[in-house]
Write a protein that binds this ligand. Sequence first.
Ligand code: NDP
Length: 266
Amino acid sequence: MTRKFSLALVTGAADGIGWATAQCLATSGWHVALLDLNGELAKERASFLGEGHTGWACDVTSIEDVKSCVTEIKATYGSIDALVNNAGIADQTVPTLVQDIDAFDRVLAVHLRGTFLMSQQVIACMTEQSRNAEGVRGAIVNIGSIASTGGIPGRNAYCAAKAGVLGMTRALASEWARRGIRVNAVAPGYVKTSLVQKLTEQGAIDGVSIARRTPMGRMAETYEIANAISFLISPQASYITGVVLPVDGGWAALGAPDTVLGPIEV
Ligand code: NDP
């Protein structure tokens, strides 16, 4: 029996990459459930997208929030065909010796516990659903980072969390492949969002240096990450699971000082 995929759940969907992803998926014909800490904004965004889209208040670190949201979304739509584990926060950017332990724990909780809790609840729904023509029941995309594989001084929790997201992606992909659930990750470079804006204002990052270090010579726009996420959950990616797709303008490919790149053409 085949089934048309239709409902995608996106966490952290009220802003940044999550909001761009919700818009991209809606344009591609998906119904989108937008989850965010800021439930009011998620609902506003959903009504902007129109009929068939819904907004939900959800802290992805709270098992109560996650369980009740996933249960209500499943009851509303009948199926959950895709999950984008996007919710995230920036790290404290201070030297290791003065880092706050509660802040460290919160970064790990949002990225790792959040990805785990959401995946656990959604996979339980997906396994009860029928397969499509390619044998797929559902697809999950997690959000890594260039910090998944490269170290950034002072950002211990974020680098550990994002490395962990890739590990969890591979573990879930291996465990669930035979049950028809695909799990992949994208690893963005620097993207123009309010998260990056805040880091810039704190002096933790500097846009000119980032552009210089990026072979393509610029940061990403949010829709460029959304397009990659949209591909990975789509039927076009039906035989892809357990991969990490860098969407970083060539950042991870560069194995030499940025002086080899030459000037940025405008
Ligand atoms: P934004 O801050 O722009 O958006 C993140 C959204 O997630 C916000 O609406 C935020 O709400 C929400 N959120 C935060 N914590 C929770 C939570 N516990 N439960 C539910 N929602 C939550 O971030 P980006 O769009 O930049 O980042 C999205 C993802 O992409 C993150 O996982 C990030 O680590 C990753 N990423 C970002 C890069 C970048 O350069 N921007 C690069 C690589 C990866 P609130 O505003 O209230 O906190």
